[in-house]
Ligand binder design. Structure first.
Ligand code: SF4
Length: 366
């Protein structure tokens, strides 16, 4: 069986009380049966607090209670989990023990990654000099992957390898690479729709220079409005999107281009950082096509998300002509928390992006 993970994965260490945010906030953490029976034997010092911290959600599942600010009631004032602190890590529920690690299984293939909603995972991702996928074969026999045509998974495998290679082609800008990925995914989608999976192997990713349409700013505003129409987890997210949209509104096309030029000159690492984020999203979402046959929508979602993140970076940079690492991380975490982790938001974003042809997606400066 094959196991894969991004190159920066093994370097992850939870920041604990030093975390600039916390994962013990806003989520409804549903507890598994094994953990609930374990909690029957909690030490006396913890048992009462634990009982008081459990509640039932709308689906009737037991989960941790959140306080008025959205923090888990098991979180202590020093930013640590009372269960872990007083009883030990082995007593955390499955969700809390795993986060920000997550695993996707595709028959004989297991892919692990780190959710970008965690500030430390986001820092590692942004800072990695080049996004790479590491692979280990444990020698165990392949597991069957029921109900999924093997040729579909094989086509996704080959095409994603081409996409991740293409995303590292420094001869082209990030936007040129993403546009190439869009057209490639559009062709692949045709083969998937016809269930002609062997034809996926014939498609090729070609990159070429982009010509300007003068619509990059307007398209970014459309993206801000769309993403702020989704159900927010924290009010700061739609506020940030609204401010970005407003800043862009007041700019002529020339002022917008001048601003982008100054930002890119003073913050040249933007392209490496956003390339890493794009590759993280492509790695994470490309193969999920096995669930609904929707590959193009995922490629379009990644392209639109990169344009959105670029403009959120730009809007933050504009305030003081500087973008700190903490601000960059905070924007990436918010995006991941509000879009990637909110199933309904993610589905709606993919469906909406799927309706945009490659020519209808406009990149910054274009
Ligand atoms: S968000 Fe990440 S670094 Fe922060 S406490 Fe959670 S796992 Fe640790």
């Amino acid at each position: 069986m094959l196991h894969r993970h991004p190159n920066y994965y093994p370097g992850f260490r939870c920041l604990g009380g030093a975390c600039p945010d916390t994962c013990c906030r806003d989520w409804d953490i549903v507890l598994d049966e094994e953990t609930l029976s374990d909690y029957q034997h909690a030490p006396a010092s913890l048992a009462h607090r634990l009982q008081e911290s459990l509640t039932t959600d709308e689906e009737g599942d037991t989960c941790f209670r959140l306080d008025r600010r959205g923090f888990c009631t098991m979180l202590t004032s020093d930013g640590l989990c009372a269960i872990q602190k007083e009883w030990g890590e082995s007593h955390l529920c499955d969700h809390c023990a795993a986060y920000p690690r997550f695993i996707e299984e595709y028959g004989n293939l297991t892919e692990s990654s780190l959710a970008m909603s965690c500030p430390e995972a986001a820092r590692l991702l942004l800072e990695t000099p080049a996004f790479q996928v590491e692979e280990v074969d444990d020698g165990h026999p392949d597991q069957p992957f029921p109900d999924i045509p093997p040729q579909l998974l094989s086509g996704l495998e080959t095409s994603r390898q081409a996409v991740l290679r293409g995303m590292e082609d420094q001869q082209y800008t990030l936007w040129e690479r993403l546009q190439g990925v869009l057209y490639f995914a559009d062709t692949l989608q045709g083969s998937i729709d016809r269930e002609d999976y062997p034809a996926m192997a014939q498609a090729t990713l070609s990159l070429c220079p982009l010509s300007s349409t003068g619509k990059g700013k307007k398209f970014a505003q459309i993206l801000c409005r769309f993403f702020s129409s989704l159900e927010p987890l924290r009010p700061t997210w739609p506020q940030r999107l609204g401010q970005c949209c407003q800043q862009l509104e007041g700019l002529t096309v020339e002022e917008y281009q001048g601003l982008c030029d100054r930002f890119e000159n003073q913050f040249p690492q933007w392209q490496r950082h956003l390339t890493n984020v794009a590759e993280y999203l492509l790695l994470r979402h490309w193969h999920k096509t096995v669930n609904d046959d929707q590959l193009y929508g995922r490629a379009a979602f990644v392209s639109c998300s990169m344009s959105l993140l670029y403009h959120l970076f730009l809007a933050q940079w504009t305030k003081q002509e500087a973008l700190s690492q903490a601000e960059e991380i905070s924007i990436c975490c918010a995006f991941s928390r509000e879009v990637e982790h909110m199933e309904e938001n993610l589905d709606l974003a993919i469906d909406t992006c799927a309706a945009l042809s490659p020519d209808a997606i406009h990149f910054p400066q274009c």
